[in-house]
Design a protein around this ligand. Structure first.
Ligand code: 5AD
Ligand code: SF4
Length: 441
């Protein structure tokens, strides 16, 4: 008996792009069993939160959202509340004990089971948990329900075996495993025929991809040869797995974007070692030089954590020094947040919150300066942008991204979303560039 038929669901996604892709997968599964998506909370028979556990504040957001949903459920007792993803994996016991109104708790490797769990819950009304991690699940041959946008997320590997000492991901997402090249290619061919212009390959450690002796560079080359793929991006890589072979493939193919997210985390060798990052600051800087040598004008972004246990002022200065030497185009910056199960959470030399805050402010200020420098240097250059959406500030302008990942605002003219157009950069304000369309680059 299909108890879930004709039911309406809403799914809210928190965290990284992998979660966005996973939500699309879940949507695909729910649509297939006849459920219908809504974006209106009051219309939903089931509400799923696809959650993130990477930092404490990511979790706090979910806790307060669950508080709201609980109130909603008091007036609508038949409402199903589901917690999916990393927090489900991480906090199942806590949720069961302290939030009994959560009906379904489903870890990142259990999405295939969601129809069965909804059915079971409809029969016995009990809370159900399924958070078993798998060594094999890569959701092969399951087509996600993609959003109405220019970009298709394609997950190519799952999990992480790196065990950086700050990171909860190896615990919430389990061991690394890669999808077959054939199934990835098939999914991308389908996305292209559905009209998607850009493909973003996703994985917690995307460039650790390894399937039957084929590595990430091999995969990237195959993807770039698929007819109709206008642009390819990928995220998130680990510096350890960026090699010259990969850089050569990127440089050789027009449709692979000249952009690398290259997470530094810290510029101090002592802290890098305590983080178990497996590279030194010297190696990191050497790889940046290689990237810029092989892929001229490559956009570089990074992740940096301040206030990791034991980080002294000198260690922090080392991070600023590496930033000054590399000058990233942009940076995602974080205060260290102790996470359950991780080694670093047990280190005795935790840093005070006020120091973390001061360091973060200083880091953000420096990055803003570097971003502006990069953007000012772009004025007068010619770029190709892929139009992604309407400008937030004006209905007469489009916002698009350059190959190297900068946002550019242009007049709409007769162009449409998904068009790639040549522009000359005319101005830079903070992180945004302005441009005017030209005949050709
Ligand atoms: N505290 C702060 N930042 C973290 N990150 C991962 N774990 C933590 C943590 N415990 C950051 C890293 C990573 C990014 C996705 O989130 O910089 O690259
Ligand atoms: Fe958050 Fe990491 Fe899980 Fe993504 S994989 S949702 S960033 S904890």
């Amino acid at each position: 008996m299909n108890n879930h038929l004709h039911k309406t669901y809403l799914i809210e996604t928190y965290g990284c792009q992998m979660n966005v892709a996973d939500s699309e997968l879940v949507e695909g599964i729910l649509n297939k069993i006849g459920m219908q998506k809504t974006t209106v909370v009051d219309d939903a028979d089931a509400i799923f939160l696809n959650t993130c556990a990477i930092r404490e504040n990511a979790e706090s957001k979910i806790h307060s959202r669950l508080g709201n949903l609980y109130k909603l459920k008091l007036n609508k007792p038949e409402l199903i509340i589901g917690v999916l993803g990393c927090m489900a994996q991480n906090l199942k016991d806590d949720l069961l004990k302290n939030k009994p109104y959560v009906d379904i708790i489903l870890g990142p490797d259990s999405y295939r089971n969601i129809p069965m769990l909804i059915n079971r819950h409809n029969l016995d009304k009990k809370s159900i948990v399924d958070t078993k991690l798998s060594r094999f699940e890569v959701y092969e041959n399951m087509f996600p329900k993609r959003g109405d946008t220019f970009n298709a997320w394609v997950s190519i590997m799952r999990g992480c075996d790196k065990f950086c000492t700050f990171c909860i991901v190896p615990f919430t997402r389990g061991r690394e495993r890669s999808r077959s090249i054939d199934s990835i290619v098939q999914e991308i061919q389908r996305a292209v025929s559905d009209g998607f212009a850009e493909i973003t390959l996703l994985g917690q450690n995307v460039n650790s991809y390894n399937f039957e002796e084929k590595d990430f560079a091999d995969l990237l080359l195959e993807v770039s040869n698929i007819d109709g793929v206008k642009r390819i991006r990928y995220t998130s890589p680990h510096p350890q797995d960026i090699n010259e072979k990969l850089l050569e493939v990127m440089a050789s193919r027009e449709n692979i974007c000249n952009y690398i997210h290259f997470p530094l985390q810290s510029g101090s060798n002592k802290i890098l070692e305590k983080m178990n990052r497996t590279y030194s600051k010297e190696h990191f800087i050497y790889m940046v030089k290689k990237i810029r040598e092989i892929i001229p004008n490559c956009g570089l972004s990074t992740d940096i954590i301040v206030g990791f246990p034991g980080e002294t002022d000198d260690d922090f200065r080392d991070t600023l020094q590496v930033m000054n030497e590399v000058k990233f185009n942009s940076a995602f910056t974080f205060k260290y947040s102790p996470r359950p199960y991780t080694k670093a959470a047990q280190f005795s030399d935790q840093i005070e919150e006020t120091i973390k805050k001061e360091r973060l402010d200083e880091l953000i200020k420096l990055q803003k300066k570097h971003t502006l420098e990069h953007n000012l240097a772009k004025i007068g250059t010619f770029q190709k942008i892929l139009i992604e959406k309407e400008s937030k500030k004006s209905i007469n302008h489009w916002a698009g991204r350059t190959d190297s990942n900068e946002w550019v605002i242009v007049d709409k003219n007769n162009n449409n979303i998904k068009d790639i157009i040549p522009v000359e950069i005319t101005n830079a304000t903070g992180v945004i560039l302005h441009g005017k369309q030209i005949e050709s680059v």
